[in-house]
Design a binder for this molecule. Structure first.
Ligand code: ADP
Ligand code: ADP
Length: 225
């Protein structure tokens, strides 16, 4: 399958600390790639570079027909809003909005009307079995519940490319399975490419392919499909 996103020779240093040192990465549409590796190895930095949040010091990132590093800030923001989805371990929900409004927010920001946006949001909350939280604010739900709401939000605009940093980190195994089931379904049904950072092998088992980050470099797992 042709690559949706390809990164080559990414390097990034924070002060004297090397976070990435010539990292390469590639993902195709509909593919779920697990990014593993020890704490401090550069996984989060890699994700932030690929997502256009943090610029690498050196290297190249191509997304579809675009050179990510020479896009204007406005064009990068538009890509993040319209084509990418994000879910982080401590998913930042907007505290003033209800859970339903939080999930609908990416659609609202893309100009979708309130009713259709909230209908889609309600469907996703239901698939993660947190529909009862629709009217609650993030401050009224548990960490695990909030994480599932953040996963629902990350998928609401049918992203082509989803960045998930420890999306099951606060979840028990049943809810971790629900979240991974939904991410894999997005890949299979909508062709979403999923970059999944995890340190849990049972979560990585849902992926099509695993890569390991070590000392700021990426290598494919031996024997990976
Ligand atoms: P991982 O996600 O694998 O734990 P990170 O990408 O978070 O790894 O970190 C890689 C290295 O870069 C670590 O040494 C970390 O301390 C450093 N680092 C990451 N982000 C920053 C930052 N914003 N400022 C300074 N150092 C950072
Ligand atoms: P999980 O995070 O896996 O959903 P928890 O063990 O954190 O489960 O929470 C169990 C229940 O306790 C939740 O279903 C929720 O109703 C309640 N709860 C937990 N934390 C909070 C909180 N900070 N505010 C309100 N209710 C909470």
């Amino acid at each position: 399958r042709p690559a949706l996103l390809t990164a080559e020779r990414l390097s990034k240093t924070y002060g004297a600390t090397p976070a990435l040192d010539g990292a390469g990465f590639s993902i195709a549409a509909g593919e779920v790639v697990a990014v593993m590796g020890p704490s401090g190895s550069g996984k989060s930095t890699l994700l932030q570079c690929l997502a256009g949040i943090v610029p690498p010091d050196e290297g190249q990132i191509r997304y579809r027909d675009r050179d990510m590093l020479t896009l204007t800030d406005a064009a990068r923001s538009a890509l993040r809003r319209e084509e990418f989805g994000f879910v982080f371990q401590f998913g930042q929900l907007v505290p003033e909005l209800t859970c339903l409004e939080n999930v609908a927010l990416p659609l609202r920001l893309s100009g979708v009307g309130r009713r259709p946006a909230e209908a889609k949001a309600a469907e996703l909350l239901s698939r993660l079995e947190v529909d009862d939280l629709a009217g609650k604010r993030p401050g009224q739900v548990s960490g695990g519940q909030g994480q599932r709401v953040a996963v629902a939000r990350s998928l609401v605009n049918n992203p082509r490319l989803l960045f998930a940093d420890e999306p099951t980190g606060a979840l028990d195994s049943l809810n971790g399975e629900r979240v991974m089931g939904l991410l894999v379904a997005a890949a299979r049904e909508a062709g979403t490419a999923v970059v999944l950072v995890t340190h849990e092998t049972r979560v990585a088992a849902y992926s099509d392919r695993e890569v390991v980050v070590r000392d700021g470099r990426v290598r494919d797992m031996a024997g990976a499909v």
